[in-house]
Design a protein around this ligand. Structure first.
Ligand code: FES
Length: 662
């Protein structure tokens, strides 16, 4: 090292290097690959390169370590204000040994922490980056094209080579260069394609992450650079008018050849409407959106892409495409920037979609040693099981019972629906909570609080709770039979029903309701057990319940009913909108895309429909919580009824009304 070389240390990256005379902080950072952002290429325009002088043992913070602010900093008027005490690293020269602190806002790859039910950290690794360039004007001696001169400028000023331009830009290069007086900002997608060009300096790059569910479509508008969520919106999937659940929509297409065109148009229109909502909420323009990601189950995935989903309606559930899709956003009729790109996450199998892949990306079972069970319950339950060593996936045909369909008083989770239930174990009297009111039904003011809606039915979480509570109270046997004599247990033909709500309409839990839930939960449990068998494990370390249903059900009741296997209750939790979070991760990070594309190919697919063992597992899983599987951990936390006596009925079979003499 010569005496003119100065030591520089960057925090938090820990990179160290030396600076020669006249070197700016940004020069050295670039040489070392230290993480400092820049859109203007060191021209003192963007303000993204701000740093502070830090300290380390032997290197105290010194005001004289960097050159005094010159006109670039004193006259700086950029959009991003220069924070007091911070310096533009492209202007500040290094004069002494120095420690440079790079604040998160100035890092290219930063970690964004989101609050959900729990904290999720997303590493932002921008898929789209903006680069400001000064392009040489054409002369008689230089007859290269506008695109050629832009490519030259990107190579000279940013060291970027081999870039191509999106076809949609061809007509915009010429006006942008002239309007910007040969100074333009370009958007570069994935380090390879120029997807946008604007005259002068520009600092806005936005993206939208979609989660297309069969019931709802959700979208998040994000700043691609900071990772900030600027707005979120959702609406009902308008395809519902063609069929409540997925299979009925596939049937619609089967019965109406070409019907997929209408289904595709409906969902695309909803997705485009959401963009309108997002941009007006955030006060930005549709044109600012340069990147879009989409996740959804296989049928939604195919319909968004305009592919006939009927092959997914039956075995062998052949997918038209399973790899990640990269295309222009215009492919799915989104009115955004003309060069905006679309990325759809890979599908895992014919029944395990890009939504499950996104949930894997978000929950990361492949990143740890614990055996994680990740379940997303819908009309089909998508199940992923495993750890860093091995990951398996399957889907199980749970049907729509968990969503309130096939249940006598079942309904969607909406105001008026019973969502929480408790049954007194001695009196068998119920109390419940209804969506739209914070009060329990036995609390003062309850009736007034539901005046607008009344009690209209029972939603998925409510039906899980009431059946589990009735089992714990001894009204429902281990094999799912409603029995006993009590004013709330009424004859219903040859079976019995439990009167949960005695207003109008009367809310009954019928024997058929219990059967429908048993069938649904047995399908889920059998799918999980099938995967446990393939993975050769007797127990799982943690369970994550994803999706709307997973977020609303009480995990304890899910286990009492035997939807999921025995596990420490504190290790069972809701994963919130894991698919939406995964979509957002893919929007913000190139690394996340590479990760899920790799993991999706490594996940072993198990086909429940063709596994002979599935039926046997299904039969055992009809019991509550299970015909024979022990639930020791659950039993330690909840007083479970005794198992069957030899006659097949629990001891409490002869329960009577309190005080009854019959
Ligand atoms: S790099 Fe843009 S202001 Fe420093």
């Amino acid at each position: 090292m010569t005496s003119t070389e100065l030591k520089v240390t960057f925090t938090p990256s820990g990179r160290r290097g030396t600076a020669g005379p006249g070197s700016t902080v940004l020069d050295v950072a670039r040489e070392l690959g230290a993480d400092i952002d820049s859109v203007c290429g060191g021209r003192g325009i963007c303000g993204r390169c701000q740093v502070t002088v830090g300290s380390a043992p032997g290197v105290p913070a010194s005001e004289t370590a960097l050159s005094a602010p010159g006109p670039t900093e004193t006259d700086y008027r950029g959009k991003r204000p220069l924070v007091a005490g911070q310096r533009l690293s492209c202007a500040a020269q290094i004069l002494e040994d120095v420690v440079i602190d790079v604040p998160p806002e100035s890092q290219v790859h930063r970690q964004v922490v989101r609050k959900r039910a729990e904290v999720i950290a997303i590493d932002v690794d921008p898929v789209v980056r903006l680069h400001y360039i000064e392009v040489s004007e054409p002369t008689l001696d230089d007859d290269s094209s506008d695109l050629g001169r832009i490519q030259d400028a990107l190579e000279e000023q940013w060291g970027l080579t081999g870039l191509t331009a999106d076809e949609s830009l061809i007509g915009t290069l010429q006006p942008a260069l002239r309007q910007g007086k040969w100074q333009v900002t370009v958007a570069i997608h994935d380090g390879a394609i120029i997807t946008g060009i604007w005259p002068g300096f520009r600092d806005v790059a936005l993206g939208v992450a979609y989660d297309v569910g069969s019931t709802t479509v959700a979208a998040h508008l994000c700043d691609l650079t900071s990772g900030d969520v600027l707005a979120s919106a959702g609406l009902m999937n308008p395809q519902i008018r063609f069929g409540e659940d997925l299979m009925s929509r596939v049937s619609y297409v089967m019965m109406n050849p070409g019907g997929e065109v209408a289904l595709t148009a409906a969902v695309r229109e909803a997705m485009d409407d959401l963009i309108g909502t997002l941009v007006s909420e955030a006060g930005v323009e549709r044109e600012d959106i340069l990147e879009v990601t989409v996740v959804g189950n296989p049928i939604m995935h195919h319909l968004v892409l305009g592919i006939d989903p009927t092959p997914l309606g039956g075995a062998p559930f052949a997918l038209a495409v399973d790899k990640a899709v990269r295309a222009r956003a215009s492919l799915i009729d989104l009115e955004v920037h003309s060069g905006a790109r679309l990325y759809i996450l890979p599908l895992i199998a014919g029944h395990v979609g890009a939504d499950a892949a996104a949930a894997v990306l978000s929950e990361g079972p492949h990143r740890g040693d614990a055996v994680q069970l990740l379940v997303d319950v819908g009309t089909n339950a998508e199940i992923v099981l495993g750890s860093s060593g091995r990951l398996l996936a399957a889907s199980s045909p749970t049907g729509p019972a968990f969503e309130g369909a096939q249940i006598s008083s079942g309904q969607r989770a909406a105001p008026g629906a019973i969502e929480r239930v408790r049954v007194d174990k001695d009196t068998l009297e119920p109390r419940f909570k209804v969506i739209g009111s914070d009060l329990w039904s036995d609390e003062d003011g309850f009736i007034d609080s539901i005046e607008k809606t009344g009690v209209t039915g029972i939603c998925g979480s409510g039906i899980i709770e009431v059946i589990a509570e009735l089992y714990l109270a001894g009204v429902i046997s281990q094999d799912g039979v409603i029995y006993g004599e009590h004013s709330r247990i009424v004859e219903d033909g040859r079976t019995k029903s439990y009167v949960l709500g005695d207003g109008s309409p009367q809310i009954l839990v019928t024997q058929n309701d219990v059967r429908a839930i048993q069938l649904a939960k047995a399908a889920l449990y059998a799918g999980v057990k099938l995967l446990m068998g393939h993975l050769d494990v007797d127990a799982v370390d943690e369970i994550r319940l994803a999706g709307a249903f997973g977020s609303h059900i009480d995990t304890k009741y899910a286990m009492v009913l035997g939807l999921i296997p025995d596990c420490d209750l504190e290790k069972v939790s809701a994963a919130g909108n894991a698919a939406g979070t995964g979509s957002m991760m893919a929007l913000l990070s190139r690394e996340a895309r590479a990760e899920i594309e790799r993991v999706a190919t490594e996940i072993e697919k198990i086909e429940t429909a063709t596994e002979p063992k599935f039926q046997e597992l299904f039969v055992g899983a009809m019991g509550i919580p299970h015909a024979s599987d022990p639930f020791p951990k659950l039993g330690g936390a909840v007083a479970l009824p005794e198992r069957k006596d030899p006659t097949g009925r629990p001891e409490r079979r002869r329960r009577r009304n309190p005080g009854s003499t019959t």
